[in-house]
Design a protein. Structure first.
Length: 239
């Protein structure tokens, strides 16, 4: 069995896979992650690990028995697409993994992958498996935090659904600005993508998937485990 670890800027996600089937899954705090890994090692017959990280978390300090094969995805890993990003060395590993997952799981399609995590990333891979890049913007939680951090008078609010677009109080104006702002942004990127492509697939993933999916205008494939699944697919591809 394969242990898959995705280290994002906010949370660490780990999952056990039998081939492409997810058997168990955990979201960890940084200090608990070794405990969660040990639990998986004890309770499943793990023979390999695949890990990708975009954070400063020192994953090299994680302990795995020597009998286990550990694959760390990095910018030189073999990928199932041609990379046309102008700065491939600074491309986020998570974005590469998402692009790989999209190519391996949705062959011969124009694909847009949207990952609503700490940041919202947009990645485009065409039907000939060419990766071109996309966009990076602040995620929902980051927007609430930025409004509070860089002003004197705006409170720090928790994610909440705005009742209307015209906020009639400080709190409702912030909720509208953050949540409706993200929704208009994502719908805008999707509309632009649909206008320029036929034969396409749109995938939404990341920690805010469920909150956002039901609020978007467009029909999309929403799967908060898409990055973990993509790591499992990439592992089989690189093997
Ligand atoms: N328990 C939680 N802790 C932190 N963020 C959460 C939690 N549940 C949902 N979220 C949402 O998930 C987003 C972060 O997504 P995630 O995919 O975990 O990020 P990353 O991959 O960058 O670590 C935040 O914008 C936040 O709104
Ligand atoms: C944009 C990101 C910070 C997103 O990270 P996440 O929200 O998934 O934690 C990450 O993909 C990254 O560090 N990218 C490097 C810059 C680039 O992709 O061009
Ligand atoms: K992201």
């Amino acid at each position: 069995m394969l242990l898959v670890i995705d280290i994002g800027n906010t949370r660490i996600k780990a999952a056990v896979f039998e081939q492409y089937t997810l058997l168990d899954f955990v979201v960890s705090e940084r200090i608990e992650v070794q405990n969660d890994i040990d639990f998986f090692l004890k309770n499943f017959k793990i023979d390999s690990v695949i890990l990708s990280s975009v954070s400063n978390f020192e994953y090299k300090k994680l302990f795995f028995p020597e009998s286990i094969k550990v694959v760390i995805v990095d910018n030189s890993s073999k990928m199932p697409f041609s990379n046309f990003y102008k700065t491939p060395k600074t491309l986020g590993i998570d974005r590469m993994v998402l692009a790989a997952g999209a190519v391996l799981q949705f062959p011969k399609k124009n694909r847009l992958v949207i990952d609503a995590g700490t940041c919202i990333t947009y990645d485009f891979i065409d039907e000939n498996d060419n990766y071109f890049g996309g966009a990076i913007s602040p995620g929902l939680k980051l927007r609430y935090e930025a409004l509070n951090n860089y002003t004197a008078n705006l409170p720090l609010l928790r994610l909440e659904s705005p009742e209307k677009v015209i906020g009639n109080s400080t709190n409702s104006a912030i909720h509208s600005g953050v949540v409706n702002g993200v929704i208009y942004e994502i719908d805008g990127f999707i509309t632009n993508f649909i206008n320029q492509n036929k034969n396409f697939t749109i995938i939404l993933t990341g920690g805010d998937t469920d909150f956002l999916a039901k609020r978007l205008k467009s029909t999309i494939f929403a799967n908060s485990n898409f990055l973990l699944e993509s790591l499992a697919h990439l592992y089989q591809y690189t093997k």
